[in-house]
Design a protein around this ligand. Sequence first.
Ligand code: FES
Length: 123
Amino acid sequence: MEKADYRVHLCCGPTCTRFGPKELLTALEEEIEAQGLGGRVSIQLSACRNRCEQSPSLNVYPGPVFYNRLTPDGVRRIVRQHLTGGEPVAEFLFRPGLKPTVPPGSGPPRPAARPPERKRRWW
Ligand code: FES
C-alpha cells in the first residue's frame, strides 16, 4: 500500500461533535475525491485535540498544522489550498486568543489528571 502524503485527524471528541462531524467528514471526503487525492490523503477520526474552546478541530500531518472553527466550506478550502496546493488556510489556523466557539466550561467535565489517592491503612 502506498504511503499517504497527508494525514488528516478530524476531531470527534465530545465538544467538536456538537458541530456536526458528519457534515465535516462528508465535505472532507467529497473534496478529496473531487481533487483526485484519493490515495494520497488518509483520514482518521480522533479523540479530543485539546482545543475544545475553538471547536471544531482538525490536524493535518505532516506539520502538524492545527485548524479550528471549521465549517464544511472551510474543510473544502483546506483540501483545495493545503492538501492540493501545499498552502495552509490562514483563516482557520488555530489562534488561542480568538473568541471561543463554545462557552468556557460548558463541555463535558474532563477526567482528573490522576485518580485521587486512597489513604492506606496498615493494621
Ligand atoms: S473535543 Fe475536539 S478539541 Fe476537544
